[in-house]
Write a protein that binds this ligand. Structure first.
Ligand code: G4P
Length: 529
């Protein structure tokens, strides 16, 4: 096997999707622990102080003690080179969280066993299904009282519309948690409280047909119950099929406790076996094979002003084919320019290191002199294809933006337009109007604070934000005359910066009502322009 193929086939690039507090950080820490990337769990982030260390790129991050940017963690385990893309949650949930999913080849979905599918997981899942990437489920916190296992699986199937296949089955939960039954190996993986933060697991395995040993370990009642549940599960759950998993139509489900480090290594091992290395990506000239082609990548995120003194920007790109070596010439397809990437770097939890080489599947950040936009393609100078663009995701919060000092009109328009071009916010205006009335749309509320902060600190423009009650936005896909659409009282007509008409709604049910009132109208939640 060529060195290139070997390197690329070792790569597993994935994102973890979850609702805040489900255990994403804890699980990531445990993964890193297995990979030997950190010595002690708890040092990744999660605590305000640790978060300062992760990133001090923007002053606002320091002020708030949270990370606005998402980083990439790379480590090795079991012969694989793993890239975990961080998908920021909590207050720093933003369009970047969605865009990051465009750079992942698969997703790990962490669900809190006592809560089931929650709002943010649902949103992130929806974005994953746009690309049909495989999704692996880890049902976490089994050391706490959990929902009924069948109810949990049902919840995933009904709420997310994906079939589930339990790979193991929990024996009790909370204080009565005894471990899991491994379906494939037909054995019990027993749980005896693990010391927090250590790798020394106390998992032990007992073959299921050694009934006496199993009964001694988990008790007679738990064993009877388990047998009943196994019978039910065998009859009710979908058959495991790797192709269906890889097509994103069936999610393998594992149970465990990230905090207690139970079931994590089993999950990681199975995940690495089932998840695919980088696969071909679609371009306007057909599919681009990761191994057969020379270097190509696309930009999925732009982080502005990491260093205020230089007003610099970092463009994050996902390498889709071939190998990047420092000092090689690369074509930026959208501008037609060929040159070297400036200061290419890879990000590890807290430090950035300049890289000499990187392969398909890896993420690199490069200095952006203001050339790149989200979705742009970079490739070997002999190529000229473009990767499919990154959709514009529906903002969920809107605010009217006005400058306080009307004399600073030009700076205001320039600043807000530049920030919108970076993809940090979206801007809309009244139909047919100029830039007098601007409405900013964001995925996470924090982005509005970032907008205010950046306009003040970088463009010296003070603004006033009036939050508007709209929560739902729809792009118009059909050829309808937007002025003639029969609306609802809570509907507002606006246009984006390219002049595309859009509708804003306060109530979700109004969307359906407008569709019913206007025959042939097609509305969409994502824009691919
Ligand atoms: P997130 O990144 O998805 O937001 O979640 P995070 O890992 O930060 O976990 C949220 C809380 O849930 C933390 O508690 C964490 O310790 C706890 N947790 C994570 N996994 C498990 C698990 O398997 N079992 C139990 N019982 N708890 C779990 P915290 O009180 O907010 O923080 P900490 O003081 O414990 O660190």
């Amino acid at each position: 096997m060529s060195e290139l193929r070997e390197e690329i086939e070792k790569r597993r690039t994935f994102a973890i999707i979850s609702h805040p507090d489900a255990g994403k950080t804890t699980l990531t820490e445990k993964f890193l622990l297995y990979g030997g990337a950190i010595n002690l769990a708890g040092s990744v982030k999660g605590k305000a102080t640790a978060r300062h260390a992760v990133s001090d790129w923007m002053e606002i991050e320091k002020q708030r003690g949270i990370s606005v940017t998402s980083s990439v963690l790379q480590f090795s385990y079991g012969g694989c080179c793993i890239n975990i893309l961080d998908t920021p949650g909590h207050q720093d949930f933003s369009e970047d969280t969605y865009r990051t999913l465009m750079a992942a080849d698969s997703a790990v979905m962490v669900i809190d066993a006592s809560k089931g599918v929650e709002a943010q997981t649902k949103k992130l899942f929806k974005v994953c299904t746009l690309r049909h990437i495989p999704i692996f489920t880890f049902i976490n916190k089994m050391d706490r009282d959990a929902m009924d296992t069948f109810a949990l699986l049902d919840d995933i199937e009904k709420n997310l519309g994906i079939e589930t296949c339990p790979m193991n089955w929990p024996i009790g939960s909370g204080k009565a948690f005894k471990g899991v039954y491994d379906r494939q190996n037909q054995e019990i993986l027993t749980y005896d409280g693990t010391e927090k933060g250590t790798k020394e697991g106390t998992e032990s395995r007992i073959p299921f047909d050694d009934e006496a040993a199993v009964e001694q370990k988990i008790g007679k009642d738990a064993l009877e119950n388990l047998k009943d549940e196994i019978d039910l599960m065998d009859g009710a759950s979908a058959e495991f099929d790797l192709d269906t998993v890889r097509a994103g139509q069936l999610t393998p489900v594992f149970f465990g406790s990230a905090l207690m480090n139970f079931g994590v290594e089993t999950f990681l091992t199975h995940f690495l076996e089932m998840a695919l290395p980088p696969t071909p990506r679609v371009s306007d000239k057909g599919e681009i094979d990761p191994v057969e082609n020379a270097f190509s990548a696309f930009v999925f995120k732009i982080q502005a002003n990491m260093n205020k003194a230089h007003r610099d920007r970092i463009a994050f790109m996902r390498i889709c084919s071939g190998k990047y070596v420092s000092d090689m010439d690369v074509r930026h397809v959208q501008s037609g320019r060929t040159g070297r990437l400036q200061q290419p770097q890879q990000l590890m939890a807290s430090d950035r290191k300049v890289i000499q080489e990187a392969y398909a599947g890896d993420i690199i950040g490069v200095f952006d002199p203001g050339l790149y936009s989200i979705g742009d393609t970079l490739c070997d100078p002999s190529y000229s294809f473009r990767y499919e663009g990154i959709p514009t995701f529906a903002p969920e919060h809107f605010a009217r933006v006005r400058q306080v000092d009307t004399m600073k009109r030009d700076q205001f328009v320039k600043g807000i337009t530049q920030i919108a071009q970076e993809g940090a916010i979206q801007i809309f205006k009244e139909l047919g109007s100029g830039m007098e009335e601007i409405i900013a749309g964001v995925v996470g509320m924090l982005q509005l604070d970032v907008l205010k902060f950046r306009l003040e600190s970088e463009y010296n423009v003070e603004i006033r934000l009036d939050v508007l009650p709209y929560e739902h936005i729809r792009w118009i896909r059909s050829n309808a005359d937007v002025r003639k659409i029969t609306g609802t009282t809570d509907m507002k007509r606006v246009e984006d910066m390219k002049g595309n008409p859009l509708l804003l709604f306060i109530n979700p049910w109004s969307v359906q009502m407008v569709l019913e009132r206007n025959e042939g109208l097609v509305l969409e939640e994502f824009s691919r322009d």
